[in-house]
Design a protein around this ligand. Structure first.
Ligand SMILES: Nc1nc2c(ncn2[C@@H]2O[C@H](COP(=O)(O)OP(=O)(O)OP(=O)(O)O)[C@@H](O)[C@H]2O)c(=O)[nH]1
Ligand SMILES: [Mg+2]
Length: 415
């Protein structure tokens, strides 16, 4: 196992801007994917009438993804640089699959935002930037892609960069000393991915590989109590029920007494596996599968959160949150019941009180407004106060196929 610090790196941005191609190219340039594999994908893509998707196919493995030339679900790929051990999470950009992007972004420590220079800031560029901010992604790198399509025009690069900076600053990125890097690339041609490209003599910054290698090590979340949101539950012969997910905070070891909330199932942690190997301890950031004595498939589901019996995950009857409304066709009033996406859970919640940030009662809020709200989940849900466990304290609100708002939890009324 790697001794390098681990982090999850999401690749985000509008549909078709070249996210999967960039990941595929990066893996190819660094030797993680061999040339004959790309050649095979090129043939396959051409046969499907999807010429140009050979690098995207490295990450797009589903039959439907390859036929349509669109990423549908997130895909993970482990990757090393000199300083880090990354899990790259390639996210879908299409608006129908934002739900999957939220799952990817909520696992990520940092992200590469891909913006195609010939299309600029597009709807899901905005939506993804907004979501990554509220879901707690600390570090962003911006790849201005498809520079080959604009003949590596520096003016065009600066124009798009200016628009992206406006967007980033509107949600709180690019502040003070924490300036976001902008890298002109051609993911398809391989320029500025691993090495500096001679096509952009006017650019003297790092390549994508150099930039991600320079990312800071994420702060250690192992000191907080164990929180592991369940992503899936498998039955594996010889082992039994195996829930899987990412350790968001804390550590877990066989022998620990654990509880799944809100279901309340408890037991002793029997074994933990990572990358098909049994391990003695899992820490914040690890993606694991595990087995708990006495807990069967019907006791656990996606959205449950695992924690220690003596510091169980908090189950909310009601909670107060600070939200920002990103878009809504009309206005939001008390009684509105959209779906909240928090860690791996999705639950409808009813707005019960709406005030401004100072606490003055409001009749309604609309796109662009910040507010404090009390909401009631329609069934108990695990959520934490963001100042205590930020990893479990953020959520996105979705309705009618788009992200309406995002926010973080500031107070909880427990069940
Ligand atoms: N000319 C040019 N085309 C590119 C470049 N990068 C990607 N493309 C093309 O853009 C199209 C979409 O690429 P993808 O990598 O699938 O885009 P994506 O952002 O992953 O798309 P979704 O995952 O569906 O949101 C493909 O036809 C690629 O060949 C580039 O640098 N230059
Ligand atoms: Mg893709």
């Amino acid at each position: 196992m790697s001794e390098k610090p681990h982090q999850n790196l999401a690749v985000i941005g509008h549909v078709d801007h070249g996210k999967s191609t960039l990941v595929g190219r990066l893996l190819f340039e660094t030797g993680a994917v061999e040339k004959h594999v790309i050649d095979q994908y090129r043939k396959e893509a051409e046969e499907l009438g999807k010429g140009g998707f050979e690098f995207a196919y490295v990450m797009d493995n589903l039959k439907e993804e390859r036929e349509r030339g669109v990423t549908i679900d997130i895909a993970h790929q482990d990757f090393h640089t000199d300083n880090h051990y990354f899990t790259i999470v390639d996210c879908p950009g299409h608006r129908d699959f934002v739900k999957n992007m939220i799952t990817g972004a909520s696992q990520a420590d940092s992200a590469i935002l891909v913006v195609a220079v010939d299309d600029g800031v597009a709807p899901q560029t905005q939506e993804h930037v907004f979501l990554s901010r509220t879901l707690g992604i600390g570090e962003l790198i911006v790849a201005i892609n498809k520079m080959d399509k604009e003949n590596w025009d520096e003016g065009k690069f600066n124009e798009v960069k200016g628009k992206v900076i406006e967007l980033l600053e509107s949600v709180g990125y690019n502040k003070g000393d924490e300036k976001v890097l902008f890298i002109p690339v051609s993911a398809f041609e391989g320029d500025n991915i691993k090495e500096a490209s001679s096509n952009a003599p006017w650019y003297d910054g790092p390549s994508i590989l150099e930039a991600i290698n320079d990312l800071p090590v994420p702060k250690d979340a192992t000191d907080a109590p164990l929180r592991l949101p369940i992503q899936d539950v498998y039955t594996i012969s010889g082992i039994g029920t195996v829930p899987v997910g990412r350790v968001e905070t804390g550590t877990m070891k066989p022998g620990m007494k654990v509880v799944f909330q809100p279901s309340g199932a408890t037991g002793e942690l029997k074994s933990i596996e990572m990358h098909h190997q049994e391990i003695a301890e899992a820490r914040a950031g690890d993606n694991v599968g595990f087995n708990v004595r006495g807990v069967g498939k019907e006791d656990v589901r996606r959205g449950d959160v695992l924690g220690p019996v003596d510091k169980p995950p908090t189950v909310a009857k009601r909670f107060k949150a600070q939200i920002i409304v990103m878009q809504h066709p009309s206005v939001i009033t008390v009684g509105y019941t959209p779906v909240f996406h928090a860690h791996t859970s999705q639950v409808a919640c009813t707005f019960e009180e709406i005030t401004d940030i100072q606490g003055k009662s409001l009749d309604f809020i609309k796109a662009g407004d910040a507010a404090l709200v009390w909401v009631r989940p329609q069934k108990p849900v695990v959520i934490e106060v963001a100042s205590e466990i930020p990893e479990l304290g953020a959520f996105a609100i979705r309705d009618m196929g788009s992200t309406i708002a995002a926010g973080k939890v500031i107070e909880i009324e427990e069940v």
